[in-house]
Structure formats: structure tokens, C-alpha cells
Design a binder for this molecule. Structure first.
Ligand code: GLA
Length: 396
């Protein structure tokens, strides 16, 4: 009997979550692309920086390459008034006008909050004011919300102490908090992408879509160095089954152009994120891009791998020490293949075409040089530079 009750309860929980949103599944059919203020500007970001980013998305050609979200991360928040309405701080004097500025350039507007009482940078967050905040965002024309767990973890810890016999209590609090904001966003009538940021807690990829998330961070924060980027990126192996149109794994934002990785390391970053069907949110100062940064962020063929309409995330095919082969299925039976060298010296790498089940490809292209590649004896061999990649598109 107890089992039956438990099974019914579980079914009811799943059902509630499945019904959280009818809007969410229709958003972001391919991984969202755009810019976010955090990686470069962090808590220093101002309204002018955001306007400059919007202008640069247009003038650089990034908007037309697909980067359309302009996302303000933490530290825009001011104080709540007596009616519970949140105000901006002095860095952001007029959010509605800023939203209009962004929309006037054919871009979309993203904002940031937390389900806790405070954001990660200790600014006011949405706990207890979810609907008020959602309504406020909608009135500003917000199209995307990054909802960052942070101080909600304190509430979860307290909840777990109060419910020691229910090991899932804290995790259910977290799921409910995300579902609550999804419902609040939907109630505004404005389609708003919901980005879950809770660093992968409780295998978020297994339930993120059921609470109406459109993307969910699978890890802690990225930094602009190869070791951290590689740890996160290559650590995504096995998560492919959980991503698809409308709901994506998010290994965190791009560091390309922030200056602390080599050219080959940034090629690895961009190639791996494309194979992972990861959201492509540039995290650099777009108003000061070198030609090299632009060419990495705006390589159309690489973006097409990320944005392929099939919406399948890639995964690791093979690992031989520091040498890893990753593949991503693409529309029409094509396959993107990344041969990654994580080692400290250049190394020869080989791809056997039999391993990807395309024995006689009609076309093989090196996506970073845009040159054709000819197989020999059913395989492709190349020297891959240290921390670098050979990224191929193979047509059946
Ligand atoms: C957390 C998030 C980051 C960023 C900061 C802002 O660390 O993971 O991406 O949003 O908070 O405070």
C-alpha cells in the first residue's frame, strides 16, 4: 500500500512538472546565442557597456551570424520599494529604455536574478517576489532570464535540517523554486527564455526541462584559462541524451577573446561548445575585438554545427590518453568530428571513417581552414597542435 501511495505521489509530481509550462518548449529550438556581461565586465558592468555591446553585435556582424541575446548579468539590482517593486541601481537608470535600445537593433534582452533573497553578488533577488519581478521584467521587454541559485542554497540547507527524514526535501525546494518562476514568467504572457543556473546540482539535466527550463548550467563557473575550460568542456561526456530543441545543457559562457588562452585553445573552446550544442554566449568586450577573436566567434560553418536544426548534442567517441575524438550528428546524415589534443606537445591523430560509419564520404571539410580534406586508406591523419583541434564536417 505504501508503495502504491509513493508511486502515485511520484506520478503526480512528474505530472505537475510536465504541466509547468506550455510556452517553454516552444522557445530556443536551437541553442541560444548572444552576449552576457559577466565574464568580462562582472560587477563593473554599466548601461553604457550594454549599449556598446548591442552596437558591436550589429557592427561586427555577430547579430547576423546568430548572436541575438544581450544579457545583463548580476549587479544591476537596486532596492525594493514599499510595494515590493524592485528598482535598478544607479548604473542602470532606465531599464525600459535600455530594452528598447536593444530591441531597436533587432536584438533580444536578457536579465538576471536568483530564487533566493540575494543574488551571488549579494544584490536583491526574487524570493517571495517572483510574480512582481516577472511582471517587471515583462514591462521592460525582457526576453530571457538567467535564474541563479546562490543564496537559495542557504534556504535549502535550512529546509533539509527541518526535514532530516526526507533526503530529497532540499532538492524539491529547488525544483519548486524554478517551476514557480517559470509559471510567473508565463503568466506575464511574454515568451521568456528561462536559464537555470545551479551548477548542475542533483543532475539538473534529468529534470531541468520538466520545471520549464530552456537551458541549465551543468557545472560551476568557467574562467578564461585552458585548464578550467577543458575540465568543463570535456567533462560534458555522457550528457548528450538530455539536450534537444527547447532545452539545452549549458557548460557556461564563452571566454573567447578575453585574452588568457592561446589561439589554438580558443579554437578548442569554440569547437567543443559547437559539438556540445552549447548556448553560445560571448563573454568578451565586443567593442574591442581583434580580427582573430572575430574570426573565431563568427566562423559560420562552426556556428552551423552548434545550431544544426537536428538539435542533437555531440559526445565523446574515443579517448586515448590526452587525445579525444568527439562527434555530433547533423542534419542529412552528416557528422561533425573534433579531434582534440589535450596534451602538452603536438600529436598525430587518426580518424577511421569506419568508426563513424561513413565509409565513402562525398565531402570532408576542415571547418577552421575551410579546406577540403582527403582521406587515405579509409582514414584521416593529421598533426593536431598542443591544446588544439582539427574540426571536420563529413558528408555521407
Ligand atoms: C554565479 C554564476 C555566474 C555569474 C555570477 C554573478 O557565480 O555562476 O555565471 O552569474 O554568479 O554573481
Amino acid at each position: 500500500m505504501r508503495r502504491l501511495i509513493l508511486a502515485l505521489l511520484l506520478a503526480a509530481t512528474t505530472l505537475t512538472h510536465a504541466q509547468v509550462s506550455t510556452i517553454a518548449p516552444t522557445l530556443v529550438p536551437t541553442p541560444p546565442m548572444g552576449w552576457n556581461s559577466w565574464n568580462h565586465f562582472a560587477d563593473k558592468v554599466t548601461e553604457q557597456d550594454v549599449k556598446d555591446a548591442a552596437d558591436a553585435l550589429v557592427s561586427s556582424g555577430m547579430r547576423d551570424a546568430g548572436y541575438i541575446y544581450v544579457n545583463i548579468d548580476d549587479t544591476w539590482e537596486g532596492k525594493r520599494d514599499a510595494n515590493g517593486v524592485l528598482h535598478t541601481n544607479s548604473k542602470f537608470p532606465d531599464m525600459k529604455a535600455l530594452g528598447d535600445y536593444i530591441h531597436a537593433r533587432g536584438l533580444k534582452f536578457g536579465i538576471y536574478s536568483s530564487p533566493g533573497t540575494m543574488t551571488c553578488a549579494r544584490f536583491a533577488a526574487s524570493y517571495g517576489f517572483e510574480q512582481k519581478d516577472a511582471d517587471l521584467y515583462a514591462s521592460w521587454g525582457v526576453d530571457y532570464l538567467k535564474y541563479d541559485l546562490c543564496s537559495f542554497e542557504v534556504l535549502m540547507a535550512a529546509g533539509q535540517i527541518d526535514h532530516p527524514n526526507d533526503p530529497e526535501y532540499a532538492n524539491n525546494m529547488m525544483k519548486d523554486a524554478y517551476a514557480k518562476m517559470r509559471r510567473a514568467l508565463d503568466k506575464t504572457g511574454r515568451p521568456i527564455v528561462l536559464s537555470l543556473c545551479q551548477y548542475g546540482r542533483d543532475d539538473v539535466w534529468k529534470w531541468g526541462a520538466s520545471v520549464g527550463g530552456n537551458l541549465w548550467r551543468t557545472t560551476g563557473d568557467i574562467f578564461d584559462n585552458y585548464d578550467r575550460m577543458a575540465k568543463i568542456g570535456f567533462g560534458q561526456a555522457g550528457l548528450a541524451p538530455y539536450a534537444g530543441p527547447g532545452h539545452w545543457n549549458d557548460p557556461d559562457m564563452l571566454e573567447v577573446g578575453n585574452g588568457h588562452m592561446s589561439h589554438d585553445e580558443y579554437l578548442t573552446h569554440m569547437s567543443l561548445w559547437a559539438i556540445l550544442a552549447a548556448p553560445l554566449l560571448a563573454g568578451n568586450d565586443l567593442s574591442k575585438m581583434t580580427p582573430d577573436t572575430k574570426s573565431i566567434l563568427m566562423n559560420k560553418a562552426v556556428i552551423a554545427v552548434d545550431q544544426d536544426p537536428l538539435g542533437k548534442q555531440g559526445d565523446r567517441l574515443k579517448q586515448d590518453g590526452d587525445l579525444e575524438t568527439w562527434t555530433k550528428p547533423l542534419t542529412g546524415g552528416a557528422i561533425a568530428v573534433g579531434l582534440f589534443n589535450r596534451g602538452k606537445t603536438d600529436a598525430p591523430m587518426t580518424l577511421k571513417l569506419a568508426d563513424i560509419h561513413i565509409s565513402s564520404p562525398t565531402k570532408i571539410t576542415d571547418l577552421w581552414t575551410n579546406k577540403p580534406v582527403a582521406p587515405k586508406d579509409g582514414q584521416i591523419t593529421a598533426t593536431v597542435p598542443t591544446h588544439g583541434v582539427l574540426l571536420l564536417r563529413i558528408e555521407p
